[in-house]
Design a protein around this ligand. Structure first.
Ligand SMILES: [Zn+2]
Length: 237
């Protein structure tokens, strides 16, 4: 972080910030198989109890709220996917998988993809590079051990990326990331002016049910808008 106000940043500083990760060429095919008009990617994040713990909290009520996803949400999703013969991607924090290893096994056995989603849903921007690399590798190995499937996809918890995240994900040999919003179509990721080989499968808050279904009973009263803004919402989840 540069320690002068942004309006005083020299060009070298703001150019350095924006060039850390940039969108490269679009990677969506010119036509979809079977002359389909569109392709639909379904993905689910099995945060469960780690949604609370990744923020350093452990309120019993909110852990129970997270357990709902494990007991009710994921089984219903798997039922629905089976009925429609549809495959999906499930991004799972390693601790969430360790709490009930049967879940990643059932997901993988049903033919769905397992992807990395942090160790305990920790925000990457709070980590040192060494910590982040260690957690990324441990999370991937844990999911592979529990599910029998080696993850090739990565989605940052909270979609929170440090300056190092994309480079570390590329160095670890993942095929794709799914945490960014620079396009509404798949694109290549450029890191510090060099191609990473990573494909970005972009996300967006308006296509995430969290913004419609999450409720924050205790917004931060110190926030200028009393805690009603989306920025405050994101900071608290
Ligand atoms: Zn998540």
């Amino acid at each position: 972080m540069h320690d002068t106000p942004p309006q005083d940043w020299p060009e070298s500083v703001w150019r350095d910030y924006v060039n850390r990760v940039r969108a490269g060429k679009r990677l969506a095919p010119a036509a979809w198989p079977n002359n389909s008009k569109a392709a639909l990617a379904l993905s689910f994040d099995c945060d469960h109890e780690t949604f609370e713990m990744g923020g350093g909290r452990h309120a019993v009520g909110r852990l129970g709220w997270g357990e709902f996803g494990r007991r009710v949400g994921v089984p219903r999703i798997l039922d629905t996917l089976r009925k429609h013969d549809a495959q999906a991607s499930f991004f799972i924090p390693a601790v969430s998988a360790l709490i009930d290893p049967d879940e990643p096994r059932r997901i993988a056995d049903a033919g769905h993809e397992i992807g990395v989603h942090g160790w305990i849903h920790e925000p990457n921007a709070t980590l040192t590079e060494t910590e982040e690399r260690d957690l990324l590798n441990r999370s991937r190995d844990t999911l592979e051990t529990l599910s029998g499937q080696r993850p090739v996809g990565h989605r940052a918890a909270h979609w929170d990326l440090s300056d190092n995240t994309i480079r570390l994900v590329a160095q670890a040999g993942f095929a794709y990331d799914s945490s960014m919003m620079a396009d509404d179509s798949c694109y290549e990721l450029i890191c510090e002016a060099a191609p990473t080989g990573l494909v970005e499968v972009p996300v967006d808050w308006v296509r995430d049910d969290a913004v419609y279904l999450l409720f924050n009973r205790t917004p931060d009263p110190s926030h200028p808008d009393g805690g009603r803004s989306s920025a405050n919402f994101l900071a608290r989840i």
